[in-house]
Every structure is written in C-alpha cells, then in structure tokens.
Design a binder for this molecule. Structure first.
Ligand code: MF3
Ligand code: CO
Ligand code: CO
Length: 253
C-alpha cells in the first residue's frame, strides 16, 4: 500500500494520447507476425513507428533492458528480448508488449498472437486470456476494490485449469512506467484499495496453461521470464483509467 496519485483531467487527456499511440504501434506490428519473421524485425518496426510518431520506446534501456519492445514466445511469460536470431514458426504464440512515452506520459499494452496454425489448446489459452483481461477490466469502477479485478479474473480462469502468474502484475502508470498501485490478477482479499476517479493502471494477466503459476528468470540474460513447468503462457494488457462512469480503456486505436 502506498500513495496512489490521482491524475487530473489534463493528465488523463495526455494518457489518452499515449495510450492511443501504444495501441497503434501494437496493431501495426501485429500485422507482421508470421512464420519466418524474426522478433528482432518486429522490434525494429515498433521502434521506427514509435519514433516517427514523436514518441520513444519506454523499455529501451529501462533498468538496462536492451530492446524497444518485449516479445515473449510460448513458455516465455514476459520480458522476452527480441532477436534477429529468433525466427517465429507456425504453431508459436507470441506476446508483443508495447510501451511508448509520448510527451512525458506512458501508454502500455500487449496482445498475444497465434503464428500460422496453432494447436487448439494454445488457441483457447490465448482466447481465454484475452477474455480474462476484459473480465478484470469490467470489475473496475469508482468505489470498487482493486482486488475485484483479480477476483473476476480468477473466477473466470479457474474452470480451465490454468494458473495465474503471481510474481508479475499490473501497475499504476503515468509519467512513470511503473508506479503504485501494484495490480494482482489473482484474488488477494487483503488488498483493499478503493478505486477512485483519476487512478490509472494496467490490467495485464499472464495465464499459464499448466497448474503451476511459478516462473523463473533466465540467468543468461537476466530478463526472460518463463513458466517453471515449461507450459505455454499467454498475456493481454490494457492501460485503463477509473472514470465517473466506470472504466475507460486508454490503449485503444
Ligand atoms: N511492458 C511491461 C509491463 O507491462 C514492462 C516491460 S519492462 C522491460 O509492465 F524492461 F522489460 F521492458
Ligand atoms: Co504493464
Ligand atoms: Co506492458
């Protein structure tokens, strides 16, 4: 628990602009996902698009992260590093996570794409994960608890036998990439933060196909997070604002 600074209407407007651009970058790069394409190429496309729209890529050099976007393939949960050596193949699933800084404000969004023909199990994981994100988003409104989002996601995901990653979650966002509050995507009843107009944070559930929610970080690159059991993991992310009428998704084109 800590100070969550509420955004003013003027700041919300800036966040709308940043969110829109992040969504545009994601939509643009997503069109290029195909067998034979490298994650390094997707990274360059995102970087060029972002710069040409007057923004910068937030991940680049963030705590030493070496690229402009995260590309997390199959059992990689998050923070995958794009590389020209990593060529996508039919059957893969890939999460592309875009964060831009536009005029000082961050927009953060991600989606998981199916490459070529994927197994039905993998396709369902991706579809259910997107739906889970929207279940979480729908729980957000002034007066609700932040934990209602995780509660809704957990309720939805449980029936499929998947697990919800606990070590990484959503986050407040604004002039900073990551700021309070921390957002859990599983139910944490002790986390009684009451939502107020002006709060802006991400909802970004990482859902593992296996029953084990645990993850491990690569000792070689210090970034790549994978499921501990090697099972597939999918993720979707939106940046959202608490508004009088409920919730507004900022990362839409
Ligand atoms: N975009 C990620 C998130 O949703 C954070 C990436 S941090 C990086 O919070 F350093 F790996 F880029
Ligand atoms: Co995020
Ligand atoms: Co992100």
């Amino acid at each position: 628990m800590s100070e969550i600074r509420l955004k003013t209407d003027a700041e919300l407007e800036k966040m709308r602009q940043a969110g829109k651009l992040a969504a545009q970058v994601l939509e643009y790069v997503g069109q290029y996902v195909a067998p034979g394409v490298s994650t390094g190429y997707l990274n360059r496309l995102a970087e060029e698009f972002t710069l040409s729209h007057g923004a910068v890529s937030a991940p680049l050099n963030y705590n030493g992260f070496p690229q402009s976007i995260c590309t997390s393939v199959n059992q990689v949960v998050c923070h995958g590093i794009p590389s020209d050596k990593h060529i996508l193949k039919s059957g893969d699933i890939i999460n592309i996570d875009i964060t831009v800084i536009l005029d000082g404000f961050h927009g953060d969004t991600s989606a998981t794409y199916c490459v070529g023909e994927v197994s039905e199990k993998a396709r369902l994981l991706v579809e259910h994960t997107e739906k889970a994100m929207y279940k979480g988003i729908k729980a957000i409104k002034p007066g609700a608890y932040l934990s209602d989002a995780g509660k809704a996601i957990e309720k939805y995901v449980r029936k499929f036998g998947y697990s919800i990653v606990r070590e990484y979650g959503g986050h407040g966002i604004g002039r900073a990439f990551h700021e309070p509050p921390q957002v859990f995507h599983h139910y944490t009843p002790e986390n009684r933060i009451v939502l107020k107009k002006g709060m802006i944070f991400t909802i970004e559930p990482m859902i593992n196909m296996g029953r084990n929610w645990r993850v491990t970080t690569s000792r070689e690159d210090g970034w790549t997070v994978t499921t501990i059991d090697g099972s597939l993991s999918a993720q979707f992310e939106h940046t959202v604002a608490v508004v009088d009428s409920g919730v507004e998704i900022l990362t839409k084109v």
